[in-house]
Design a protein around this ligand. Sequence first.
Ligand SMILES: [Zn+2]
Length: 500
Amino acid sequence: MRNNRIRSKGVLIFVSMLVLLFTMDGICENADLQIKKSKKISYKVQELKKSAVNRVEELSGVLSETAKSIWNYAELALEEYKSSQQLGELMKKEGFQVEFGAGGLPTAFVATYGTGKPVIGILGEFDALPGISQKAGSTKQEAVKEHAPGHGCGHNLLGVAGAGAALAVKSVMEKYGIAGTVKFFGCPAEETVEGKTYMAKAGVFSSLDVCLDWHPSDENEVNLNSSQALNSFEVVFRGKTAHAAWDPWNGRSALDAIELLDTGINFLREHIPTTVRIHYVINDGGGAPNVVPAYAKAWYFVRGKDRQEVESTYARILKIVQGAALMTETTSEVRLKTGVYNYLKNRVVADTLYSNLQSIKGPVFTEEENDFARRLQKELGVKDTGLADTVKLMKEPLPFVSGGSTDVADVSWLVPTASLNIACYPLDIPGHHWGVVSCTGSSIGMKGMLSASKVLSATALDMLTNPKLIEKAQKEFKEKTEGFTYKSAIPDGQEPPVKK
Ligand SMILES: [Zn+2]
């Protein structure tokens, strides 16, 4: 009896394993099976992706409404209370666990669905830019409110598309019983490159196996280019005020110190690598010409191809600060606001995004939308080519990086990460511009956002169902980061500049 029981138990286990393998193959849990039965598997993965795409379509109303609301709120960095609340509430309503306050930032949140490995992260942003308020769908510059902020970088679309992708992935995970975790990160203050920097320092991304990102653009593409590392810092000089004509010899000008610092920096330019860029503004240079300014403040960016280049240039600038203070008999104070890495693109993640972009494709725009795009291009003095209607070929990365910095870069040194670009405004129009605000509040931007959701969700499903892909992405990541330890540029103990 006993033996028979064991035998029948054995048969039962064998049959159960067969059933399990049969049901698992459709969701690519088993890498060997995937190779042996690739046709069948790829059909099933296609089915999952189709289901995600359909879910994005079903959600298109609520996603567009949310993006429109965030466009209307147009909240600046670290003030995105309404935007992050609305997006967080949407995730909560759809069954995600939502925690606000990630990294000590009240407008940051993490929305989680599922349990266990793998853990797929999707990034979202929602901050606006100052002074570029603009009516949606207009080809002429017309502010909704003069000098108010506007979504000139399309972050109203960025956050919502990421959230939409996470929601679509959840619905497929539920329907097909897929294991793992999807995390959507509501990341504030990208425009000031502070949000993800504080979040990264606090370990918010530490549980991820891979991370997906996207950005509204004029093209549909996945590129392997890096971004510039950056230090953003303020310098304050304090001197002694005096009547500028009556007794100037009693004054010690803080503005003189700023000007000497800037002169020193401009001489330094000849003796730094050509990949370094330094820019500055003087925020406060005194109140009136006839008063020797006792206080002056300027704000600087140092960018370079990597942290090492930024840090070595920054150290040299600190010496010039001391020199300027010495020459003017003032005191100086330097505050490092934030600093980011260069973007370490993961090729495996990028390839997966690209292959999904090729099959799902970018948004399909109407003749009316293209006509609008051409009129806007004419107004802005660029060639009237309309909107991108193809997927740009993915090329080898450019050897020289220029064109800015992003706090996504810090995430990319912690976990294999890559980004997608989707057309949300006409080709060649300038970024951070009222022309972009006009598009990100109109149907053109909304269509781009939905395309991004679809490509991101399909890529997340590839990652969730194919362990080999994650293994490959992590192997590449380990090779590229060998001997590297992430060190945030933000000084220990520094609180984020949240207005209380
Ligand atoms: Zn942006």
